[in-house]
Write a protein of this length. Structure first.
Length: 344
């Protein structure tokens, strides 16, 4: 969890980063913004309240982490927070250089320095990078001559931030610990995560749980039917067993999982070969032993859909005993027989 009760917003610079393709401007500030305490609290809530700390990222670069420009500028901020405005200009210029997609919206770009931000049970200082791209229309009502006057104002909705990144001052050598918010579609905003920040998901317990579930689903639904004769009901049964395993166990052990869920030696051998190919294609190796992350199981459970779709007429949701569903075929076509005790 991210806890902000004792967090303070120490430094803030605001810039405007437009879209180069639309010939919009880059406007940088020479000095920090000095704020009253009430405004600091309001902005702290605006910047931080919508982060979900289950998924973490890290800076990377294909050759050397030092070549990641945001990583370098953020490192300099951690060394001298009082000189935030110097790095703020460099970050704004870098973001402007990557704001060339016609769909990219211009907006205010904030560079912040926070103290005592608690995440994963530890307190860290942190650098925040935020961009507000969307403006809402607000109605202002003012009394005037025993009546009221209405006018509309354009402004930023403080309920959500459009794009956000918190870099915690820890594990610098691995690219820092990072939380990300990107409120728009991935197709429109790759410039933020891929081009500007250059981040990737950290290979932690959440990642291991998420990717192992994805790997298993890909194997059961795509590879297994190519190598073995298996019914859709048996596929669904395997998906159900795997989800039960992840929900009931605290730790994932590949040998235990293979024995309890896959069971058959030939299937286990096939799965191991598929896992190696899967990892080679994605350029990472999944651990055979890791702590299962409950948040990742909950979010990714939808991947293991226990549904049998029959033409466009019926969907069968299978949640329990595989023995209570049977499949056959007669002169009228294919059919399923379902056994049950109560009807609700």
């Amino acid at each position: 969890m991210i806890f902000t009760e004792e967090t303070t917003l120490e430094h803030l610079c605001i810039n405007y980063v437009g879209n180069q393709t639309h010939q919009e401007a880059l406007v940088t500030s020479d000095t920090e913004i000095f704020l009253e305490e009430e405004m600091k609290q309001m902005l702290k809530d605006y910047f931080l309240k919508n982060f979900k700390p289950e998924i973490f990222f890290e800076f990377f670069h294909s050759s050397n982490i030092e070549n990641n420009e945001v990583y370098t500028y953020v490192s300099e901020i951690f060394e001298q927070p009082e000189l935030l405005e110097n790095q703020s200009k460099k970050l704004a210029k870098l973001l402007y250089e990557h704001s060339t997609n016609p769909r990219t919206k211009g907006g205010e770009f904030y560079v912040c320095y926070f103290k005592d931000l608690m995440v994963k049970g530890e307190r860290y200082d942190a650098v925040g990078l935020f961009k507000s791209e969307n403006k809402d229309t607000f109605l202002k009502v003012s009394p005037k001559n025993e009546n009221f006057e209405l006018e509309t104002l354009q402004g930023i909705n403080l309920n959500k931030v459009d794009k956000g990144c918190i870099i915690y001052n820890t594990t610098k050598e691995q690219g820092y610990l990072i939380s990300i918010i990107d409120g728009t579609s991935r197709a429109e905003t790759s410039y933020w995560m891929d081009d500007f920040l250059q981040v990737r998901q950290r290979q932690d317990e959440y990642f291991e749980t998420q990717e192992t579930l994805t790997l298993y689903k890909e194997y059961i639904t795509k590879q297994l039917p190519q190598e073995f004769e298996i019914s859709r009901a048996d596929q669904v049964d395997l998906l159900n067993k795997s989800l039960t395993f992840f929900k009931e166990k605290e730790e994932f052990k590949m040998e235990e999982f293979a024995g309890e869920v896959l069971a058959d030696d030939e299937v286990i051998q096939s799965f191991n070969a598929f896992k190696t190919q899967y990892e080679d294609e994605r350029d990472y190796v999944l651990s055979d032993d890791f702590a299962i992350n409950d948040a990742a199981v909950k979010k990714n459970a939808r991947l293991l859909k226990s549904i049998i779709k029959l033409d466009k007429n019926f969907h069968i949701y299978v949640h329990g005993d595989r023995k209570k569903i049977q499949q056959g075929q007669d002169e009228n076509g294919k059919y399923y027989i379902l056994y049950f005790e109560e009807e609700n």
